[in-house]
Design a protein around this ligand. Structure first.
Ligand code: HEM
Length: 182
């Protein structure tokens, strides 16, 4: 279990695995849509589904273990900002992959985890290069939610990194070192 001065290995591992994968997936997502890098799509989707499993495990761990306590007393404003950012991060890490799955599934493109197919693509009869949506409505909803959530999550990650930097370099407290198991 987490203690105020020492976090469990599960908390630390999930934090860095999810954090690094999410930042990589955000960069890959923005790049692949702009550059039409189609080869990246299956990798993005597979890693995204794996992030969802890790994010769900983290939610269960948070329910059992609670949030790590702050290492010192901060102003009410700082507490509030930290609380909002951590909720946006935890909800975003679930909503982003779920909306990606909704978009890819409903649009007929399908998705899976590498060679394991979870929702098959629906090819147009007579023209297998084109796909047929299972539901235009849910495909559009999934795409809009995925894009909006991605940019909200990117903003929250930037605030989170800025907050960690403030704790480490200005307050000179143990917040970052605790997450580095130092
Ligand atoms: C935490 C995991 C994920 C992150 C951080 C992420 C992030 C992103 C980002 C930033 C974009 C670019 C949005 C834009 O500028 O239009 C994107 C696009 C996309 N993502 Fe994800 N994504 C994740 C999971 C998934 C999953 C699980 C799937 C599907 C199974 C998926 C499918 C897609 C697709 C198909 C696009 C391209 C959208 C388009 O062509 O307009 N993503 N993603």
């Amino acid at each position: 279990m987490d203690k105020p001065n020492k976090l469990s290995m599960l908390t630390i591992s999930l934090h860095w695995i999810i954090g690094i994968l999410i930042m990589g997936l955000c960069a890959a997502g923005v790049y692949m849509t702009r550059a039409e890098a189609w080869d990246l799509y299956p990798i993005h989707k597979s890693l995204g589904v794996l992030v969802l499993s890790a994010a769900l495990l983290r939610v269960l761990w948070r329910i059992k273990n609670g949030w790590p306590a702050p290492v010192a007393d901060y102003s009410r404003l700082e507490h509030l900002a930290a609380k909002v950012v951590k909720w946006v991060l935890i909800i975003g890490t679930i909503a982003l992959p779920v909306s990606g799955m909704l978009f890819s599934g409903a649009s007929g493109h399908g998705f899976g985890i590498f060679s394991l197919v979870l929702v098959p693509a629906q090819h147009m009869p007579g023209n297998p290069a084109e796909v047929l949506a299972y539901s235009e409505f849910w495909a559009r909803a999934g795409a809009s939610i995925h894009q909006a959530t991605a940019y909200i999550l990117i903003a929250a990650i930037l605030l989170h990194v800025a907050g960690a930097g403030k704790h480490h370099f200005i307050d000179k407290d143990a917040t970052l070192n605790r997450m580095l198991n130092k």
